[in-house]
Design a protein around this ligand. Sequence first.
Ligand code: ATP
Ligand code: MG
Length: 424
Amino acid sequence: MFKLVRGFKDILPADTALWQHVEGIVRELLEDFGFSELRIPILEQTELFARSIGASTDIVEKEMYTFTDRGGASLTLRPEATASVVRSYIEHQLYAKDPVRKLYTIGPMFRRERPQKGRYRQFYQINAEVFGLHDPRVDAELILLLMTFIDRLELSGIMLHINSLGCPECRPRFKDALKSFLAGRSEQFCSDCLRRRHENPLRIFDCKVPACKEATMEAPSILDDLCEACRAHFENVKRSLDGFEIPYQINHRLVRGLDYYTRTTFEVLADALGAQDAVAGGGRYDGLVKALGGPDQPGVGFAIGVDRLMELLAGRAQSFQKRPHLYIAALGPNTQERAFEWVQDLRKNKVRTEMDFQDRSLKSQMRRANKLGAGYALIVGERELDEGAAVLRNMTTKEEEGIPLDDLVGLVVKKIKPSTAGSR
Ligand code: ATP
Ligand code: MG
C-alpha cells in the first residue's frame, strides 16, 4: 500500500472547512488593509533562494528540495515566499507604475526539516509584503493586521516579540562585538554556529541546539549598537504599537532564520504549541529588492504558519463542517423520481439538499439524515405523493408540518433559507 511521503500530510475533509474559514477571514482582512493577491509558482531557480535567504542559513544549507530539471537547470521547491514575491515584483516591474505595492499570497512551502509536532516538510503559509515604504508606521500597521487576524480567530495565550536588526551601517559593528563574544567560548557552541561565526555570527541566535541557546544568554544586545536612524525607526514602531494597544516583548535575540532582514523583526508565539511555538514571523528587508536586481525599494512583510494555527484551532474543526440544510427521505421509485428533481431545484436556490439513491426504508433514510447533520428532513412516500403533501421535519425540534407538493420547492426555500442563511 502506498503511504504519504514522510513529513507530508493530507488535509482531510473533516478539517478543510476550518481551513477555508481561516483563509476567508485573512483574505477579507488583507483586502481591507489594501492588499491584492499574487499567485506565484512553487518552483524557482535555486539561485533565487540561495541569494536571498542567505547561503549560511539552515534553509539553504540543508533544508531545500533542490533537483536538476531534465533540461539541466537547478530548481528548488520554494522554502518561503518572500523571495518569489520579490522576483515577481521585479520581473513584472510592478514598481514602475507605483512602487508602493501591498501583496499577499497563500500556499505551500517545502523544507526538508526533521518532521515532528508542528514541523512538516510541506506546510502552508499566508504571506503579506509591503513594498516601497520606509515609514515605521508601515511596520506597525502590518503587525496590527497580524494581531487583528489572531484576535478574529479568538486565540489566547499569544505573545508578540519584536526586535531591530539594524542596517548595513550599524550591523557590522554589532557583528564585531558578537565575534569577540564568541572568540573565547568556542567549546559552548555547536559545529554549525562555529562554522558560521566569522561570516554570519548572528546565526547563533537562531540555533535550535539547547546548549547554544543557553550560551547566547549573555551575548551582547544588538539594540545597544543601533545607529541613530535605526534607533529612531524602532522607537517609532514601538510608539505606534503602543498607540494600537498591542502588547509586545522586546527580544534582542530574535534574528529569524533568513539573512535578508533589516531593522524591525517580529514573531508571534503561542503558549499552547510547546516546542514549535512560532505561528508567524516577519520583518523589514530594505536591501532585498535591490540585491535581487530590482530598484532600491524597501520591503516589509510577514508569514503566518497555517498548520500551527490549525493546531491551535483543532477543537473547532467540527463546527465548521458544512451540513445539508435538507435531506429528502423519498420512498418508492416514483417518489424518488420526483425527489431527484426537487434536489436539483433546491440546490439552484442554494438549499444544500441530499437524498437517498438506494430506496431504503424510512428508518435507514432518517438515520442517514441524522448522520449527515441535516437541519430538516422532507419525508415523502407513495401515499404522500397521492395526497399531494409531504412532511417537513425540523431535525432539532422534531416539529413536523405538511408541505403541499404543487409549490414544494418555493415553500421549502421560504421555510428553510431564512433560518439557515449563514448557517452551516
Ligand atoms: P521555526 O523557528 O519554528 O523553525 P521559522 O523561523 O523557520 O520557524 P519562518 O521561516 O519565519 O519560520 O516561517 C514563518 C512561519 O511558518 C513560522 O512561524 C511557522 O509557523 C511556520 N513554519 C516554518 N517552518 C515550518 C515547518 N517546517 N512546518 C510547519 N510550519 C512551519
Ligand atoms: Mg525554521
